[in-house]
Design a protein around this ligand. Structure first.
Ligand SMILES: *[C@@H]1O[C@H](CO)[C@@H](O)[C@H](O)[C@H]1NC(C)=O
Ligand SMILES: *[C@@H]1O[C@H](CO)[C@@H](O)[C@H](O)[C@H]1NC(C)=O
Ligand SMILES: *[C@@H]1O[C@H](CO)[C@@H](O)[C@H](O)[C@H]1NC(C)=O
Ligand SMILES: *[C@@H]1O[C@H](CO)[C@@H](O)[C@H](O)[C@H]1NC(C)=O
Ligand SMILES: *[C@@H]1O[C@H](CO)[C@@H](O)[C@H](O)[C@H]1NC(C)=O
Ligand SMILES: *[C@@H]1O[C@H](CO)[C@@H](O)[C@H](O)[C@H]1NC(C)=O
Length: 939
């Protein structure tokens, strides 16, 4: 395993003692570096030996690298071995590429570092470009002999190798110190753009760091480098608000299983004791679009009456400011991580931002860490790249075949010339005198834009292949080789041919007539067995025969023969293309099968065990059937087996899963993981003990013990918070599309969580969305029938229906209960509410145990929510506000004349102070026991 990840094989050492020594050495390394994750490649450029450094990283020298020279350097205060050498390259117009083996369709962190150290004794600070394959990555500008320049990016491997190339030296000589590859295994950095854009690091900051040292491996299992904000401050993290204070804790932080920041980073933070945190930083790579995440964890012990709520403000970007962060609420407790992020945000180069506390918050904002990357569009490179790579692979030992990267971009290989297109084509191949042996590789005949082919002065054998696919080919140099066989008649048809050099080979037979008659430069001397004249005996005979049967017949026959031959040739050519294309397609689908996306992956067997082979069905709908299960550790789960038609393919499913695993809120049912095996797509959620709201309102449970009004209001509040979070706290906004009382689940403490969100894609067949509508009759936005589009306001409509259900205890659609000519709760309730007769719709089982004012408040809001037009309906935040006011009324704590916002804080203070035992263990506070941290992802 370890041997295979090092990029330069140790093939040289395969004999006797040396081999034994190497084996022992590697066994030793294996045990020494037990801790290092697989999928790490660390190349010490210019180094001479393999070693494990102080932090446990295993470094491999690049001594097999055929290009450049190495130099020793020495820089004060830098004694890490990998920074005592460099490899440097001539300042020419070529590129120099390292090629790294990777696993296709896997995400990697790629890092290149550069410490000049005056390696060339010239004190000329170099400046040059680096690229990933054909895509320009960065311009490295050295401005100091003893500062390490570093570039990092996160990318999805699209092919089995990644090339990092140095080129375009404008000052000094290009050089490199290290090249590091770290494999990711989760989905934090998944973006929908990842096939076309990679992420290039602009900032990764550990706030409140206790020293200048950055945090990396082994604290970070993926070896990201989290820079200390005290160092960043000195460089470019400026404009820090007064009252900004560093805090830290030594308590463990629950950070989950994805690629989120390591605990050590989350254990420190800055807080804005005056109510705000502001920073200004310079973002390399911007202005542009990027990916940005902030990482929060409450690491102060707040008393129950304290809250920390804040909003992000970015000058000039009001749309960013909408979501309120409540770390404890979002993370479901303190000492737990919450990581809101933007997958596509447009940012300037000089980026100012502020976290500002909300009016109802008692504490100022907190910030533990931050990461910002900019999107870099991946270039496709030459269309001929794979043909040429395949051609070069016939000559594994030749230096010219190891130049790596794209043949044309950012600079072309030394032996090719390319067109100037954005996806360049190969125009010339010049391999004169390179000691080529064997046959002329057939890849060359498929370079359809080739103009000039020079293979003269080699030791090529075999026959001349058919170049009739190269319609632009003008110059063919095959002289001074050992080619045999006939001169192919296909050359007669080469439409652009101007020069053909075949002299000094071992060609035989006769030269096709057409070739001699063609107006081209044609050299063929020095081929002992080649007959120059085409008018030989066989032709003469044919001519005699023809004169017997008639010249016309001959011409007709000859033409037909030529036509068929040409067609066959063409056919074969296409066939070849086909057989070439098939395997790649197969490979591609194979790789997407094994893609490592997303959240925790359950084994099917594990789920079968947990559910007793899907014994206990607890629900259905919304894409599939739900079963009860219990994991080995006792955790109860709800297992949703998706119907086969739900998702078109693996990628669609895994994208959904990736999205799901990023949505966290205490009022959303927690997604625990997924399984995809044996054609089954399965989603695993936390089990909610008290079933659905629908059961409690209309089911058997409702007849046993009905929910009282205050409980109904609390359920409405919980659900509203969950929905508000989907609408405003997620980026991009998530529209539920199927809100209904059976999608509001109740936990053991009767707190509500919204379920079945995030599965946003409607069932589709091919390119057209089919007529199967997401949404449920009775809850479905009437506007949807017209526009066929869901908006946030569609969810508001559905929620309005749920509020009416809560008030009335009626189901949304009924043939009997709403009187003649009315089957719909909206129509029915509206009539009574409009006429002021609220009593007529209130659920009789509430037994008059409610404050009518609070019911009125909800009823009025509900009628707003079910307005026929979306724009007439209020946003979720407004609905939530009214529900909270209704709760305040019900609790008799409303104080007239006060600002609504004050009412809320009173309410939340009140509800936490006079808590009953149930409320004490609200999610968010009940998670202090370590078992509760045991999410499946941790095991
Ligand atoms: C990289 O992959 C190629 C092709 O599979 C293989 O020949 C080579 O040995 C690999 N290199 C290393 C260092 O594993
Ligand atoms: C080479 O670098 C110079 C200066 O950085 C830049 O202007 C030029 O466009 C680059 N050339 C290529 C081919 O990238
Ligand atoms: C992902 O990598 C981390 C760190 O190396 C490791 O702890 C975790 O078990 C890995 N997860 C999976 C699913 O492989
Ligand atoms: C990001 O959003 C912008 C518009 O807001 C869009 O033009 C761009 O294509 C998106 N994606 C990327 C990777 O920039
Ligand atoms: C919170 O409660 C503590 C006592 O537990 C009290 O000392 C403090 O003043 C209260 N703070 C606020 C903001 O009400
Ligand atoms: C070709 O081979 C000969 C002898 O094997 C060697 O001297 C010469 O340097 C080689 N030329 C190239 C370009 O590799």
């Amino acid at each position: 395993m370890r041997l295979s990840v090092s990029i330069f094989s140790v093939s040289g050492a395969s004999f006797g003692m040396k081999a034994v020594f190497f084996l022992l050495f590697h066994l030793l390394l294996l045990s020494l570096s037990e801790a290092q994750s697989p999928g790490f490649v660390s190349i010490d450029c210019g180094g001479t030996e393999q070693y494990v450094d102080d932090i446990g990283l295993e470094w491999t020298p690049d001594k097999q690298f055929p290009f450049g020279k190495t130099a020793l350097i020495s820089v004060p205060n830098e004694d890490r071995k990998q920074y005592t050498t460099v490899r440097y390259f001539p300042a020419d117009n070529r590129k120099y590429c390292y090629t790294l083996n990777v696993t296709t369709r896997t995400r990697y962190l790629l890092r290149a570092t550069f410490l000049y150290g005056n390696f060339d004794m010239s004190n000329v600070y170099p400046s040059f470009d680096i690229s990933i394959g054909p895509t320009p990555w960065s311009t490295i500008v050295i401005s100091d002999a003893s500062t390490i320049e570093s570039e990092e990016s996160v990318l999805l491997a699209a092919s089995p190798t990644i090339s990092v190339c140095l080129s375009n030296a404008t000052t000094g000589q290009p050089f490199i110190s290290t090249l590091e590859l770290r494999q990711f295994n989760g989905s934090l950095y998944y973006t929908v753009f990842e096939s076309h854009f990679f992420l290039s690091l602009s900032a990764r900051i550990n706030f409140g760091a206790e020293s200048n040292d950055s945090v990396r491996y082994p604290d970070d299992p993926f070896d990201r480098i989290w820079e200390s904000d005290s160092v960043k401050k000195a460089n470019y993290l400026v404009d820090i608000a007064p009252g900004t204070k560093m805090i830290s804790t030594s308590k463990p932080i629950y950070v989950g299983h994805n690629e989120i920041p390591p605990q050590k980073v989350m254990q420190t933070a800055v807080v804005g004791t005056n109510g705000s945190l502001t920073y200004r930083l310079n973002l390399g790579g911007f202005p542009g679009n990027g990916w940005a995440a902030s990482y929060f964890a409450e690491i102060e012990d707040l008393s129950p009456n304290e809250t920390r709520k804040f909003k992000l403000f970015i000058p000039g970007m009001p749309e960013i400011s909408k979501a309120t962060v409540d770390v404890q609420e979002n993370a479901q407790g303190s000492y737990r991580l919450y990581e809101p992020f933007y997958t596509n945000i447009t940012l300037p180069f000089v980026f100012s931002f502020e976290f500002k506390k909300t009016n109802d918050s008692s504490k100022g904002p907190i910030l533990n860490a931050l990461e910002i990357y900019n999107y870099v569009e991946i270039k496709d490179g030459s269309q001929d790249a794979s043909l040429l790579a395949s051609f070069a692979s016939h000559y594994p030992l030749a230096d010219w075949a190891q130049e790596g990267g794209d043949p044309c971009q950012p600079a072309s290989w030394s032996w090719v010339q390319c067109s100037q297109d954005s996806e360049p084509r190969i125009l010339m191949i010049n391999l004169s005198g390179k000691n080529l042996t064997g046959n002329i590789p057939l890849e060359l005949t498929k370079l359809t834009n080739l103009v000039d082919l020079r293979l003269d002065g080699n030791e090529l054998t075999g026959t001349i292949p058919d170049f009739s696919g190269c319609l632009n080919l003008e110059h063919i140099h095959l002289e001074n080789n050992q080619l045999t066989g006939a001169v192919p008649s296909s050359l007669v048809d080469a439409p652009s041919l101007k020069e053909l050099y075949l002299q000094n080979n071992m060609l035989s037979g006769s030269i096709p007539v057409g070739l001699l008659n063609k107006n081209i430069i044609f050299e063929y001397s020095g081929n002992v067995n080649l007959h120059g004249a085409s008018s030989d005996k066989s032709h003469l005979i044919i001519i005699i025969v023809c004169s017997v049967f008639g010249v016309l017949l001959f011409i007709a026959g000859f033409c037909a023969f030529r036509f068929c031959a040409a067609r066959n040739k063409r056919k074969n050519f296409h066939k070849d293309n086909h057989t070439n294309a098939r395997p790649t397609q197969k490979l591609r689908s194979f790789f997407s099968e094994i893609a490592t996306e997303s959240a925790y992956k359950f084994q099917l067997a594990e789920i079968e065990d947990a559910t007793g082979k899907f014994k206990q069905k607890i629900g259905s709908g919304g894409f599939g059937i739900v079963y009860y299960g219990k994991l080995k550790d006792g955790k109860e789960i709800a297992v949703k087996v998706l119907t086969n038609e739900s998702f078109q393919g693996y990628r669609e499913f895994s994208n959904e899963v990736s999205l799901l695993s990023r949505i966290h809120h205490r009022n959303l049912v927690t997604f625990l993981g997924y399984s995809q095996q044996d054609g089954k797509n399965i989603l695993v959620y936390e089990f909610m003990h008290n079933g659905t709201l629908k059961d409690h309102l209309h089911g058997p449970a409702s007849r046993k013990r009905s929910l009282n009004w205050i409980k109904r209001l609390e359920i409405a509040e919980d659900a509203a918070k969950g929905i508000e979070y989907l609408h405003t706290g997620c980026s991009p906004t998530i529209i539920h599309r199927d809100l209904k009382s059976s999608n509001i689940l109740l936990d053991e403490h009767m707190r509500a969580k919204v379920s079945d969100f995030g599965l946003s894609k409607p069932v589709s067949d091919g390119s057209h969305v089919s007529s199967i509508v997401r949404g449920t009759v009775g809850y479905l936005d009437p506007e949807y029938y017209i526009s066929q589009q869901f908006t946030e306001k569609s969810d508001i409509y559905s929620f309005g229906v749920i509020l009416l259900e809560l008030i009335s205890g009626q189901e949304p659609i009924s043939n009997e209960n709403f009187g003649a000519n009315c089957r719909n709760i909206v129509q029915w309730a509206k009539t009574y509410i409009d006429s002021g007769n609220i009593k007529a719709i209130i659920d009789p089982s509430l037994d008059n145990d409610y404050n009518e004012q609070s019911v009125w408040k909800i009823a009025e809001k509900a009628t707003m929510c079910v307005k026929p037009q979306g724009i007439q309906r209020p946003p979720m935040s407004e609905v939530l506000k009214d529900i909270q006011e209704a709760i305040a009324i019900e609790q008799g704590t409303e104080q007239l004349g006060e600002l609504a916002i004050d009412i809320f804080s009173k309410h939340s203070i009140g509800s936490s102070v006079n808590v009953d035992p149930i409320d004490l263990s609200l999610p968010g506070r009940n998670n202090s026991s370590p078992e509760m941290f045991m999410q499946p992802g941790l095991r």
